[in-house]
Design a protein around this ligand. Structure first.
Ligand code: GA4
Length: 330
């Protein structure tokens, strides 16, 4: 990433003061997917934090490391080569600018639409080049294991919510019509900030729009989440685990029982951070509304009726930090 090719953008990236050092969540809710009490702990974590990590997830670390190594190799290429691979609109390679509404951060990324197979042809054509064949195959393998993990987590949630059909939620994000996105982020180290009690905004605060997002990062810190009282806390990295965020759509499906968690990433002064995030969204025409099975007698929906396509269309026109559900609330 060219650090100062565009000083005008660099100046727009805001500084974030660190939460106090003690402010890392003493224990991130951890769901052991092999444990029989995972349904209850998952529901509790979704209500309280909208955030948790999963262990014993069955995803091969070999596969994760392969894709990470490919990503590191890609981001180490000369800037001109990376830009040749197709600038984000929104899919493709992006540097510092996130979307088209003025959000900026100390990162570069690849954003890929992975629903339609073969996804590299529709969304990032450079992956078709034979020189990227190992990247392409690592990406395909990773996405297929994310699909499974995404469904598994949503099924454990359904168990915890005591829904009769385990696939009540997971079926919303299965099939070729689904609106699935994958993001590879690279936050270069930012040595100029050494000594400052904080860092540069890597990815500004926001909630995710989908049902859940599945994030894996290397061992560099940077992720922070907001608690329900608004306090920001640091999330210690765990490269062996996957972090799950509840997104806006799941908050709506549960009529506000689950909390869509506000989160952000702060660039590290010494080490670079690489993260990979899988966003499994429903088909565009899918109605997003509270699940009738969850509603208690007399309970009213907190939200207007809308489809995923309508929500996504409206949210993409806003800034990251905007409260995107607001226009959809009753
Ligand atoms: C899509 C995936 C995640 O929901 C998200 C979205 C982000 C947003 O503002 O919510 C983006 C979108 C997502 C892709 C292009 C840019 C950024 C809206 C937008 C116009 C949080 C993300 O990481 O990228």
């Amino acid at each position: 990433m060219v650090l100062s090719a565009n000083p005008a953008i660099d100046q727009q990236i805001s500084l974030i003061k660190s939460p106090d050092l003690g402010d890392h969540l003493s224990s991130i809710p951890t769901i052991d997917l092999s444990s029989s009490n995972s349904p209850e702990t998952i529901v509790q974590a979704c209500k309280e934090f909208g955030f948790f990590k999963v262990t014993n997830h069955g995803v091969s670390m070999d596969l994760v490391e392969k894709l990470e190594a490919e990503a590191v190799k890609f981001f180490a290429m000369p800037q001109s080569e990376k830009e040749k691979s197709g600038l984000s609109n929104p899919f493709g390679y992006g540097s510092k600018k996130i979307g088209i509404n003025g959000d900026v951060g100390w990162l570069e990324y690849l954003l890929i639409a992975t629903s339609a197979e073969p996804f590299c042809e529709s969304s990032i054509a450079f992956l078709r080049d034979p020189s990227f064949s190992s990247f392409r195959s690592a990406l395909y393998d990773y996405i297929s294991s994310m699909r499974k993990l995404n469904c598994q987590v949503l099924e454990v949630m359904a168990d915890g919510l005591q829904l009769e059909q385990r696939d009540t939620i997971s079926k919303l994000v299965q099939g070729s019509e689904c609106d699935e996105i994958f993001r590879l982020n690279h936050y270069p180290a930012c040595p100029l900030l050494q000594g400052f009690n904080g860092g540069l905004t890597g990815f500004g605060e926001h909630t995710d729009l989908q049902l859940i997002s599945v994030l894996r990062s290397n061992s560099t810190s940077g992720l922070q989440i907001a608690l329900s009282d608004g306090r920001w806390v640091l999330v210690p990295p765990d490269p062996e685990a996957f972090f799950i965020n509840v997104g806006d759509s799941l908050q709506v499906l549960t009529n506000g029982r689950f909390r869509s968690v506000k989160h952000r990433v702060v660039a590290n002064s010494l080490e670079s951070r690489v993260s990979m995030i899988y966003f499994g969204g429903p088909p565009l025409a899918q109605r997003i509304a509270p699940l009738p099975q969850l509603m208690e007698e007399g309970e009213q929906s907190l939200y207007k009726d809308f489809t995923w396509g309508e929500y996504k269309g409206a949210a993409y026109k806003t800034r990251l930090a905007d409260y995107r559900l607001e226009p959809f609330q009753l």
